[in-house]
Design a protein around this ligand. Structure first.
Ligand SMILES: Cc1cc2nc3c(=O)[nH]c(=O)nc-3n(C[C@H](O)[C@H](O)[C@H](O)COP(=O)(O)O)c2cc1C
Length: 370
């Protein structure tokens, strides 16, 4: 095809590029392409789609995890501060609701980390996601010796390379757009830094993903799959309090903000959550603690502890009790794309359809250009 004709078909009257018209053939090719692009992620997880439901403390329990896995995604139980017995019960209850693969997320700072790992090994859980600090290689090896595949979070290329060297089976890169505890760098930048350089193991992308078009783009860049948290909070099967879900449905991207530290002497771990009365009181609270420290009324370690304790139990208060004004309403920037409460299967279907349509449009414009 001559370039001028390609221009005709790909530009609107104003000369702006337009999405090319795709047909049933393009959709079929696009679905096959999506399968190819996500093959490595699906093989690792043993699932129909390479969409992981990111573990969310208090939210990702048996009901949501099983619903995601039954819908062809990969549900992940959030261990949070569960005891080993509680985790064993949660795994058994989840297995009763699904015969599809699911994983367990364990925070490496948990005082009974090794016991939690042993529970997963005994229950023959296929995959453990180690979150929090950089996991120790002894813990990775222990899980792998027990027949468990291990996924780790990499906030930098160096850490991703180290995780691969210590035996991690897959990496998750999570951008600062995500809900919950966050690093400083966006997924856009992490993906450019890490995807071209980590080829030995599958890499899953997370943070700010709300639609399938974005997922398709990251797969084309070399990601093996993706992990979404915020979108699944409003799954019908999620046990989050109705007030928590409504806060998500109402919120815009700009409402999901990181916690702010007011004094460099008192570090605050950044957590992305919806701005509310709690986040405003947190600022005032830090100010009063710093004033008392400056006046010599409290020592530095105690002041730091007071600040850290401000949010103790706050996620539970929001998710379980529905106190969305004073609790911590952890949410990613993709919250603006959460419009309704809908079944997990519908969320996964929507994401998949959007990814296929995006790829079909690309195939159609390629055809239009030849
Ligand atoms: C309410 C909430 C709780 C979370 N709790 C955890 C957790 O316990 N462990 C963890 O590794 N990640 C946790 N996350 C992060 C998610 O697993 C996931 O990586 C993140 O939500 C992805 O970004 P997105 O929110 O933009 O989809 C949490 C996220 C949210 C929104």
């Amino acid at each position: 095809m001559r370039p001028d004709r390609a221009l005709d078909r790909n530009q609107d009257r104003g000369g702006h590029p337009r999405a090319s018209k795709y047909d049933a053939g393009h959709l079929e090719q696009a679905a096959a392409l999506l399968d190819r692009l996500s093959a490595r992620g699906r093989a690792l997880l043993g699932t129909r789609t390479a969409i992981m439901g990111g573990a969310m403390t208090w939210v990702s329990e048996r009901n949501l995890v099983a619903a995601i896995s039954n819908a062809g995604g990969f549900g992940v139980i959030a261990t949070g501060s569960m005891s080993p017995d509680q985790l064993a019960a949660e795994i058994a209850a989840t297995s009763a609701l699904t015969n599809q693969p699911f994983g367990v997320n364990i925070i490496t700072l948990h005082p009974r980390l090794r016991d939690l790992c042993d529970v997963c090994i005994a229950a023959k859980v296929g995959h453990v996601v180690l979150a929090g600090n950089l996991p120790k290689s002894v813990d990775i090896v222990h899980l792998k010796d027990g027949g468990v595949q291990v996924l780790g979070f990499a906030p930098t290329l160096g850490i991703a390379q180290r995780l691969v060297r210590t035996g991690a089976d897959a990496i998750v890169i999570e951008g600062a757009e995500a809900g919950g505890h966050i690093g400083p760098v966006s997924l856009n930048v992490l993906a450019q830094e890490i995807l071209p350089n980590i080829r030995d193991v599958p890499v899953f992308v997370a943070g700010g993903l709300g639609r399938g078009e974005a997922i398709a783009s990251y797969l084309e860049m070399g990601a093996a799959g993706c992990q979404l948290g915020t979108r699944f909070v409003c799954a019908s099967e999620s046990i989050a309090h109705p007030a928590f879900k409504q806060a998500f449905v109402r919120a815009a991207a700009r409402d999901a903000v990181p916690s702010v530290q007011i004094d460099p002497r008192f570090p605050v771990i950044p957590v992305r959550a919806l701005a509310n009365e709690g986040t405003r009181r947190f600022m005032e609270f830090q100010r009063t603690v710093v004033d008392r420290f400056n006046a010599g009324q409290v020592d530095q370690a105690s002041a730091q502890l007071e600040i850290e304790h401000f949010w103790a139990g706050a996620l539970r208060r929001a998710v379980v009790d529905g106190d969305v004004e004073n609790g911590s309403v952890m949410a990613g920037q993709s919250v603006g794309m959460v419009r309704v409460v809908q079944p997990a299967a519908e969320i996964i279907q929507d994401l998949t359809t959007q990814a296929i349509v995006a790829l079909a449009e690309r195939l159609a414009s390629r055809d239009a250009a030849v």
